[in-house]
Design a protein around this ligand. Sequence first.
Ligand SMILES: [Zn+2]
Length: 149
Amino acid sequence: MLLTPHILTGVAIISKVQNPILGLFLVFLSHYFLDCFPQKEYSIKNIREKRWSKSLPDFLKVALDIIFGLLIVFLIVGYHPIALIAAFLVITPDGTTLLYHLFPKNRLLEKHWKIHNALNDICQNKKIPVFWGVMSQIAVIIIAIFFLR
Ligand SMILES: [Zn+2]
């Protein structure tokens, strides 16, 4: 799933759960839950294949995805440190995957990557039309914004 729906969902969860420890735990788990939905993502093939000279557009896509998610959060709920922590925490699994591509010999990163990938593969239907892969993410964004307000 794109990072914007993850960020919005994470902040929506932390804004509704009274206990911040429990809230952050649920925020973290929400990443894996949302990855189970059919989805289409932009390519970060150059990063995955370590073609660093061509990877700037991939990093820009990731950065814009994060900035867009944070911008929506700040426009709706304003600045709250716990919201920023939740936004960071909820995208940590994908960040960890990026770290794995940078440090493929790290066994802990490799174990996480395998679990994260397995979850994505189990729940992903690769033949899903692009329309539904995009619509699932738009639906998550709309639902998250509803709970943010
Ligand atoms: Zn993920």
